[in-house]
Design a protein around this ligand. Structure first.
Ligand code: GTP
Ligand code: MG
Length: 198
C-alpha cells in the first residue's frame, strides 16, 4: 500500500473524546521506549508525525492519525514504565485498557516488543489480556537493526516457544521491523491493506 497522506487528527486523554466516525483503526502498543512512535513515522514516511524520544514516557496521550483519508493509525502511551509515579502509571493503565475495551473502530492492535530482549512478563501478560478480551493483534519485533540475522531468527523462535508454552496454539501473525532500515514496512502496510479490504 502506498501512503499518499498522513495527517495528525487529535490527541486525547480520554477514550470518549476520540474520533466518533466509523473509520477503521490500527493501534500501536507496547512498553515505553519500544519504538511505537518511530514505527508509525517509518511506515508513514514521516519523520515527525508522531513524537519520539530517547527517554521513555514520551507519548502520554491517545494520538489519532488519518492515513490516505480512510483509516486511522493510533499511537498510544507505553505501559510498564517504572519511573512515572504510581498514580500516573495507574492512569495510563486505565486509559489503555479503556481504549482497548471500548473502541469499536479498532481492527487490530500491533503489540511491539524489542527484538533484543527475552520475552518480558508485562508483554506476555498484555498479549494474554488481548487474547482474553478477544481483541485481534499482531506482534511487531522492533529495533531489528540492532541484531544480526542469526540472532533475529533465534529471538523470534524463543518468543514463539514462550507463547506456545503459555497455552497459545500457534504463533500469532508477526513482523520483524526496524525504524532505522525500514525493514517490515511493506509487510505491515500490506497486512493493513488486506484487512481493510476484507
Ligand atoms: P514512548 O512514547 O515513550 O512509550 O516510546 P515509544 O515506544 O513511542 O518509542 P520511540 O518511538 O519514542 O523510540 C524510543 C527510542 O528508540 C528512540 O531513541 C528511537 O530513536 C529508538 N528507536 C525506535 N525504533 C528504533 C529502531 O528500529 N532501531 C533503532 N536502532 N532505534 C530505534
Ligand atoms: Mg511514543
Amino acid at each position: 500500500m502506498k501512503i499518499n497522506t498522513a495527517e495528525f487528527v487529535i490527541s486525547n486523554s480520554e477514550v470518549e473524546k476520540c474520533p466518533k466516525d466509523r473509520i477503521p483503526e490500527y493501534a500501536f502498543i507496547g512498553r515505553s521506549n519500544v519504538g511505537k512512535s518511530s514505527l508509525i513515522n517509518m511506515i508513514t514516511n514521516h519523520k515527525n508525525l508522531a513524537k519520539t524520544s530517547g527517554k521513555p514516557g514520551k507519548t502520554q496521550l491517545i494520538n489519532h492519525f488519518l492515513i490516505n483519508k480512510n483509516w486511522h493509525l493510533v499511537d498510544l502511551p507505553g505501559y510498564g514504565y517504572a519511573k512515572v509515579s504510581k498514580s500516573t502509571k495507574a492512569k495510563f493503565q486505565q486509559f489503555i485498557t479503556d481504549y482497548f475495551e471500548t473502541r469499536e473502530q479498532l481492527i487490530c492492535a500491533f503489540v511491539l516488543v524489542d527484538i533484543r530482549h527475552e520475552p518480558q512478563k508485562i508483554d506476555t501478560e498484555f498479549i494474554e489480556y488481548l487474547g482474553e478480551s478477544e481483541i485481534p493483534f499482531c506482534i511487531v519485533f522492533t529495533k531489528a537493526d540492532k541484531l544480526g540475522k542469526t540472532h533475529i531468527h533465534k529471538h523470534v523462535e524463543a518468543y514463539k516457544k514462550n507463547l506456545l508454552a503459555n497455552n497459545w496454539e500457534e504463533m500469532p501473525q508477526y513482523f520483524v521491523t526496524s525504524a532505522e532500515s525500514t525493514l517490515g514496512k511493506e509487510e505491515i502496510l500490506n497486512y493493513i491493506n488486506e484487512v481493510n479490504q476484507s
